[in-house]
Design a protein around this ligand. Structure first.
Ligand SMILES: [Zn+2]
Length: 184
């Protein structure tokens, strides 16, 4: 059963489409991207809806960049799997890949210039940011125990087109190998 047809069939079965894409999802995405650009063009620093988006943790810029890059590579995913531990931002359900798009500051990207501890009120920030980091680690372990491959992309990487492309290539390979694995 390992001829090309069965592989393609397997990929399709696992929600991966390498040819034409479902219009629905691209349509949805482009509307959101369009809205975002409109907001960006019109307003001073933070519009109310953008603040709300940040509060709700949805459609923040780094996540949008990652979604667009994956989509352009022909990868089809689910957004925010609320029932999963830690609510991963992007999920390839059948391939069991969970992706977190993490802000460098809040999630303490180690060695990153954007993750420096604020100079004022360290007694406030230190435990708060450490707790975030520990929670991320717990979530990762829990998801891995449930059979998920957990991948984190950092905000600074989403701003670096080479790093973003590398990430997309990695995900593409992983999704392929997972689809083959599960189609056996
Ligand atoms: Zn970073």
């Amino acid at each position: 059963m390992q001829n090309h047809d069965s592989i393609a069939g397997g990929l399709a079965h696992y929600g991966v489409s390498w040819a034409t894409h479902p219009i629905q999802r691209e349509h949805d995405l482009s509307i959101r991207v369009g809205e975002f650009h409109r907001l960006k063009a019109v307003r001073p620093p933070l519009s109310r809806s953008e603040v709300m988006a940040r509060v709700k943790g949805r459609d923040t810029r780094p996540e949008l960049r990652v979604r667009r890059a994956l989509h352009l590579a022909g990868l089809r995913y689910r957004l925010q799997a609320r029932e999963l531990t830690g609510r991963p931002d992007i999920v390839f359900r059948r391939a069991r890949i969970a992706i977190f798009v993490h802000g460098c500051f809040w999630h303490r990207h180690s060695g990153c210039e954007h993750a420096r501890m604020p100079k004022s009120r360290p007694e406030f920030w230190e435990p708060k940011l450490s707790a975030n980091k520990e929670r991320d680690e717990r979530n990762r372990k829990q998801l891995e125990a449930e059979g998920w491959i957990v991948i984190t992309i950092w905000e600074c990487e989403t701003r670096d087109s080479a790093a973003l492309q590398e990430f997309v290539n990695r995900i593409q390979k992983l999704v392929r190998s997972q689809a083959l694995l599960y189609s056996r």
